[in-house]
Design a protein around this ligand. Structure first.
Ligand code: PLP
Length: 483
């Protein structure tokens, strides 16, 4: 009997597959009998057999098994409650904001928020007070936030109901979180943390601390980004008394037919991470070796540890290798596309850096491949004689100051809108989120007013062919503004 074991939900799905009767219920593929052949080839028979709704004709006691699986996850992370979410950290952030605050509430929020959080501000009808992002002056790389900005904003906005922040950054940079959490909690306010890129932090004593260990009230984890869960699968953790509406907000944003594949993957990923310390020690050793070897290559440097040494950031996650290619005469985007030709797919690229993610799943062979790819890169002259990099060297890459606001994000989003050419947007109020992706931090959100600085930055981005999300026109020829 599998039920009630150490992977309750996953075992429930396995048991269902073995016990399935003739199905007269959804889904229409009927355990794969009607699956489209190429899709079956892609996913395999078991995948369809496990694709069972938990409401109609599905797994027995699915809710009980899910509760048990969530309890085990809460135990692993040392929190009071964990939700399994199948619409990523996107829905976790939105549920947090809708569950913890009320329309019109002021909220201190770090500007390095993901666009999913900006969408949460719209859904929840909040009045954001933004905490500016810190930047590396040479590379235009986002470094997170500084405590003194939170203190200042807290003093200027005493009615703010809480703080929402991103930790660690996409690049694994870790601002000093403990004093911020302590200060916000001392005022009896809520601390919400988007720890999308840090579900492993709580699992190893050698990694920077997790917001869960530091006592944040609500913490979101993209289990699919760093752990072994399937894409779209995330955790939302709660510590202390849960905000009254949180469960309802989670339910509001959740499909009534959550995929058992995704839920089982969260249960499995959690069970695997019961050995997290060992698995992440292995990843950290690998990362250290990779770092040493990459730093020996001519023209390459690794930003995280250098920034810690220079006092720009307090800590970094060594499993995120942020490699600077500026000295080679490459932009980050050019380096990424050449590396792809050498069989290396980066996690992200930007102006001057490429980001490589190492996890417990990697081994020495992957590090050898990475170093070999980078070696080839260092031996290849940049495209077009390095013209793109030379042009960028003349620019100060510093995202624009947070613009003034004329409407709340929600009001602006729901007002009638018109499209105007980018060059005519000066002084107009944005009706859409504009976020270069990745990392997906908005340059402007609905309700904010286009400044000359914002327009200049967007023109610079356009020239670099950066992908932009949140917009009607990804080419940025036109932008949506409030009519
Ligand atoms: C900081 C941050 N928060 C939230 C998200 C959204 O997470 P998900 O893809 O799990 O919905 C992302 C995605 O990249 C992210 O980088």
């Amino acid at each position: 009997m599998l039920r009630g074991g150490s992977i309750p939900y996953l075992e429930g799905v396995l048991e269902y597959i073995d016990s399935a009767s003739t199905a007269f219920h959804t889904p229409g593929h009927k355990q794969g009998k009607g699956a489209y052949a190429p899709l079956s080839l892609l996913l395999g028979e078991r995948c369809f057999q496990a694709d069972v709704g938990d409401e109609v004709g599905g797994m027995e006691d699915a809710d009980v098994l899910l509760d048990r699986a969530e309890e085990l996850a809460a135990r692993l992370y040392g929190v009071d409650r964990t939700y399994f979410l199948i619409n990523g950290t996107t829905s976790a952030l939105q549920a947090m904001l809708m569950g913890a605050f009320s329309p019109g509430d002021e909220l201190l929020i770090s500007r390095n928020m993901h666009l999913a959080a900006a969408a949460g501000l719209i859904l929840a009808g909040l009045e954001p007070v933004f905490i500016p992002e810190k930047w590396c002056p040479h590379l235009g790389l986002p470094l997170g936030w500084d405590m003194h900005h939170w203190q200042k904003a807290g003093e200027e906005h005493p009615k703010a109901k809480g703080a929402f922040l991103v930790y660690p950054t996409y690049q694994g940079f870790c601002p000093d979180l403990a004093p911020l959490i302590d200060a916000v909690k001392a005022q009896g306010k809520l601390v919400l943390v988007d720890e999308a890129h840090g579900p492993h932090l709580a699992l190893s004593s050698s990694l920077p601390p997790s917001a869960c260990e530091l006592g944040a009230h609500l913490v979101a984890h993209s289990a699919h980004k760093i752990l072994g869960a399937l894409t779209q699968s995330s955790f939302l953790h709660v510590q202390g008394k849960s905000p009254d509406r949180l469960s309802r907000a989670v339910e509001l944003l959740l499909s009534t037919s959550p995929s058992p594949l995704l839920l089982a993957s969260l249960d499995g990923a959690r069970a695997q991470m019961e050995e997290g310390e060992k698995l992440w020690d292995k990843a950290l050793n690998l990362a250290r070796k990779a770092q040493e070897r990459i730093q020996e290559l001519p023209g390459l440097s690794i930003c995280g540890p250098d920034y810690v040494k220079a006092g720009l950031i307090p800590r970094c996650d060594p499993t995120k290798l942020v490699v600077c290619v500026q000295e080679l005469g490459y932009t980050g985007w050019e380096a990424a596309s050449l590396l792809k030709k050498y069989g290396i797919q980066v996690e992200m690229a930007d102006w001057w850096t490429v980001l490589f993610l190492l996890t417990y799943a990697d081994g020495p062979a992957e590090v050898d491949a990475l170093v070999a790819g980078l070696e080839k890169l260092t031996a290849t002259p940049p495209p077009d004689g390095g013209k793109a990099a030379a042009r960028l060297l003349g620019e100060e890459i510093r995202p624009p100051a947070i613009p003034p606001r004329s409407l709340s994000p929600r009001e602006a989003f729901f007002r009638p809108r018109v499209k105007v050419p980018l060059d005519q947007a000066l002084g107009r109020t944005a009706a859409e989120i504009i976020a270069p992706y990745p990392p997906g931090s908005p340059i402007i959100i609905p309700g904010e007013v286009f400044t000359e600085e914002i327009l200049d930055y967007l023109r610079l981005l356009k020239g670099c062919q950066v992908k932009v999300r949140g917009v009607d026109d990804p080419s940025l020829a036109e932008v949506a503004v409030v009519a």
